[in-house]
Design a protein around this ligand. Structure first.
Ligand code: ZN
Length: 321
């Protein structure tokens, strides 16, 4: 299994990295009759989700003509890319008033992708995540962090430039790396087990892989080792990369690893992790599904790389003699 099967990744969109630097070309794309626009309000994406008619949410795109009434109050349109040659933009309507939004909201609503993303197709989920991540960055980078002057949108929204010509700092979209790791233990006798824990912020019952942010001047392997020891008191080695997942909630990428435990006695840190334990493949088969009504532990949600790490460990462990 490669990372293209991980939710929110594998977006088939030509981001036109060179072309988007040309303002005249961008203007042409914006004015094309087939130009499509995704609307976002704060961090929520516009969708239609009538429970009675549709099992999963439907992504809503608008034409230039349809959003004309919003442009005076909306943010600068941000170019996402070319979808089979068709230009695709995202527009932040967080500051549009109720009156101008009324025609747009007739059958649609702004929904948090974290609630609906796992029900969307891989391409739709990846596209909405991309738009959300980029517009989140815009909403939080309106001023230069060096001199405090307002910034100006460049490269179709993939760069901000400080408007103070004596500073002229170029600011690019930021992605914060975080590691997420499945720690396994293969005892001399008895079944192999993996380490799962429950973060205080998790939904009740959910046990997941450990995770943490990369510190400045730290290799990814060092972060994995440090976080596992800090959160559960377990020493590890053999840290190996598995896969990654864009996680724009709000601005991360999750870098997935597997590691081998050297020690097994768990000492939970109690601030981030409330509970942790070792689980065999057999024990995991009794886990419920995220969001179900059952009792006992449940697995991480299906759209997460945590789930991928757990399921790929189960598959690999079953295969080993
Ligand atoms: Zn500046």
């Amino acid at each position: 299994m490669t990372s293209e099967y991980i939710h929110y990744s594998g977006l088939l969109l030509d981001r036109a990295g060179e072309l988007r630097k040309d303002p005249a070309w961008l203007e042409d794309q914006w004015n094309r009759p087939d130009c499509c626009i995704l609307l976002l309000k704060n961090d929520a994406n516009l969708m239609r989700w009538k429970m009675a008619q549709e099992k999963s949410p439907v992504t809503i795109k608008h034409t230039r003509h349809e959003v004309e009434g919003l442009l005076a109050q909306a943010g600068t349109p941000v170019f996402l890319g070319l979808d089979n040659g068709m230009p695709l933009f995202a527009l932040d309507v967080s500051h549009c008033d109720r009156q101008v939004m009324q025609p747009i909201l007739a059958d649609n609503e702004f929904i948090d992708l974290r609630q609906a993303g796992w029900l969307l197709s891989a391409q739709e989920a990846a596209l909405l995540a991309y738009a959300r991540g980029l517009l989140y960055w815009h909403r939080h980078s309106g001023f230069c962090g060096t001199c405090g002057s307002p910034t100006e949108v460049r490269h179709g929204g993939h760069m901000q430039l400080c408007s103070n010509i004596n500073c002229a700092r170029m600011i690019f979209p930021r992605t914060d790396p975080a590691v997420i790791m499945l720690v396994e233990h293969w005892p001399d006798s008895g079944p192999p087990r993996c380490l799962l824990g429950r973060n205080a912020r998790f939904a009740a019952r959910m046990m997941s892989t450990l995770a943490g942010f990369v510190d400045p001047s730290e290799s990814l392997e060092e972060t994995v080792t440090r976080e596992v020891f800090e959160e559960c008191g377990i020493e590890i080695d053999q840290v190996t990369y598995q896969a990654s997942q864009p996680w724009p909630f709000p601005s991360s990428i999750m870098l997935g690893f597997r590691a081998r435990a050297i020690t097994t006695e768990i000492r939970v840190d109690q601030s981030e992790i409330e509970e942790a334990g070792w689980f065999s493949v057999e024990e995991l088969s009794d886990f419920g599904e995220w969001g179900d009504e059952g009792e006992g532990y449940c697995l991480p949600r299906r759209d997460s790389i945590a789930r991928f790490l757990v399921e790929s460990w189960i598959t690999d462990t079953k295969r080993r003699p």
